[in-house]
Design a protein around this ligand. Structure first.
Ligand SMILES: [Zn+2]
Length: 148
């Protein structure tokens, strides 16, 4: 049971290959701070990345909609779903074409600032990841987004 040793949880989700120091931001994006038992590892050595963070969430299986949000800040993260101590599913993060109700628009005159309208950003460039507000057309790079 190699998987069990590596991940040290028997049921839940492990988010691996998060860029170092971004683990807390990932938890923020997912809104899971009050769900299940979280174990956060910061600054692990990684052959691929130098340093990386890892998050383990016990007894919760994150769905694709949830994990795709992570693409904003950790596009190379991997999601591992563990059941009964065995790795059941391993998948990469996928980047959606549109982010709805995830990113805050920084334009103070944007309609999303003064009303309850959900923010909506389209991806207009992939490297560096750049998003454009559907309502006011202001663009923002992923590195400087404010998460709702
Ligand atoms: Zn806007």
């Amino acid at each position: 049971m190699k998987t069990y040793k590596v991940y040290a949880i028997s049921d839940g989700t492990v988010i691996d290959h998060i860029p170092a120091t971004r683990a807390l931001k990932v938890i923020d994006i997912l809104g899971i701070e009050n769900e299940g038992i979280l174990t956060i590892g910061i600054g692990f050595s990684s052959k691929k990345m130098g340093k990386k963070d890892i998050i383990k969430i016990e007894n919760k299986y994150l769905g694709k909609d949830e994990t795709d949000k992570i693409s904003l800040i950790a596009p190379d993260a991997t999601i591992n779903i563990i059941k009964n101590g065995t790795l059941k599913e391993k998948r990469r993060i996928e980047r959606p074409d549109t982010y709805i109700d995830i990113v805050k628009c920084r334009n103070p005159n944007c309609i999303t600032q003064s009303t309850g309208v959900k923010t909506k950003f389209r991806v207009v460039k992939s490297s560096p990841l750049t998003l454009r507000c559907h309502y006011c057309e202001r663009t923002v790079e992923a590195g400087e987004v404010e998460i709702l």
